[in-house]
Design a protein around this ligand. Sequence first.
Ligand code: G3P
Length: 233
Amino acid sequence: MKIFLDTAAIDDIRTAARWGVLDGVTTNPSLFAKVGGSYDEVLKEICAITPGPVSAEVVAQDVEGMLREGRHFAALADNIVVKVPMSENGLEAISRLAGEGVKTNCTLIFSANQGLLAAKAGASLLSPFVGRLDDINESGMTVIRELATIVRIHELRSEVLVASIRHPRHVTEAALAGAHIATVPLKVLRQMVRHPLTDSGTLQFRRDWAAAQTANDRSSVAEPAAIGAGVRS
Ligand code: G3P
């Protein structure tokens, strides 16, 4: 399964890229609002350091506005994917951008049917929000399983990108559900790396190694003395 970073923060992206686990980045107006500056400049910098697709989200509500913003983002870099929220106008914009060869990511998906429609409109990526469904006592992972199964059974060309991920278990369950991509905040990526037994095991190995070195040092100090004693006697 591919791992994307869900952020507009350049330092976070550089960190995940250094670990060799980064396949792409997703941004949105809320994530961009946390970093500020020019969205175009931030996007260009992200695209330059990301080994994969970078999603940039339109905010217009009308089709012509979405197309204008989408074409503008697509011209910024080759790895830009235009993020379009699910709506009737959104489906039309996705279909027309797909017709122009512009890759799109349909976002704010909360049901398998919304995902199915976005795939049929030509969206390259489908972004169901698992955390926000869980927040309202619905099962976000049920929607992921349903959509991933529909895409697989009907051989739809879109990829399921699980978004609004809140904890590492969401990533495991998304992978088991057959999702193609998980987009995570750096905090969750760091949690995925950690395990208390890894920490304690690493500590024990280091302690044992240090003890072995000390024992060796002691025996190497003792040896010349022993050899000396042997010569004298
Ligand atoms: O990609 C969508 C994501 O940023 C939303 O996350 O945690 O606000 O539901 P959250």
